[in-house]
Ligand binder design. Structure first.
Ligand SMILES: O=P(O)(O)OP(=O)(O)OP(=O)(O)OC[C@H]1O[C@@H](n2cnc3c(O)ncnc32)[C@H](O)[C@@H]1O
Ligand SMILES: [Mg+2]
Length: 202
């Protein structure tokens, strides 16, 4: 069995692959397909953008798809970068530039005021049926410098106080137990279980 994740982000694909692996489900993504243009993320919320991406690709290919819209919300920056996380330092979507921008903006802000959370909205769209959408969170703090080399995106500057490590210091297996993406996927599973379809909790 296969599921299409409507994303072009390698880091997300790799995490979905290991999360779905335990169910014997093969993950394919837009990186495996040619000529799929980027869906413009014009929504004001993660949920809106996730629905937009899932429904656009579902309508184009006429198969069920899951999409992921995610990002980082920093309290001291009034929730920025938020839905603009991918393009925070410009439309070239560069992780290093994005992290530098955040670190510069937080310069001089003390630890207790550096609270933040990763957010992930997952939308599941099927031909001719209602789309459903769920949201998962992961709370943490923004570090003063990068730590660790695992993961992707903003992981090196995201600190998890309970684990005393940055997200980029966790193995993929560890991250997939506590991440915003994992928390959203658990909620999506509940939908699937209710509808008695696709895949079941182990
Ligand atoms: O839209 P798609 O094709 O899925 O790929 P994208 O990279 O543009 O993805 P988003 O629009 O959802 O933007 C997500 C941003 O948030 C960052 N992000 C999302 N999940 C993350 C995670 O688990 N760890 C670190 N950064 C993350 C990511 O690096 C992007 O900058
Ligand atoms: Mg995007």
């Amino acid at each position: 069995m296969q599921i299409l994740i409507a994303t072009k982000n390698k880091g997300k694909v790799s995490e979905f692959q290991s999360m779905f692996n335990q169910y014997g489900i093969e993950v394919i993504s837009l990186l495996d397909m040619e000529n799929i243009p980027d869906v413009e993320e014009t929504g004001d919320t993660f949920e809106e953008n996730a629905i937009l991406k899932a429904e656009t690709i579902c309508n184009k290919l006429n198969i069920p798809v899951i999409s992921d819209d995610s990002g980082l919300e920093i309290d001291a920056l009034d929730g920025r970068p938020g839905v603009y996380s991918a393009r925070y330092a410009g439309s070239h979507k560069n992780d290093e530039d994005n992290m530098n921008k955040v670190l510069n903006e937080l310069e001089g802000i003390p630890n207790q005021k550096r609270t933040a959370r990763f957010i992930c909205a997952l939308a599941f769209a099927r031909p001719g049926k209602d789309t459903f959408v769920v949201k998962g969170l992961c709370e943490g703090e923004i570090l003063h410098d990068r730590r660790g080399t695992e993961g992707f995106g903003y992981d090196p500057i995201f600190f998890l106080p309970k684990l005393n490590r940055s997200m980029a210091e966790l193995t993929k297996e560890e991250k997939n137990k506590i991440s915003h993406r994992a928390n959203a996927l658990i909620k999506l599973q509940d939908f699937f279980n209710e509808e008695d379809m696709l895949w079941q909790k182990p």
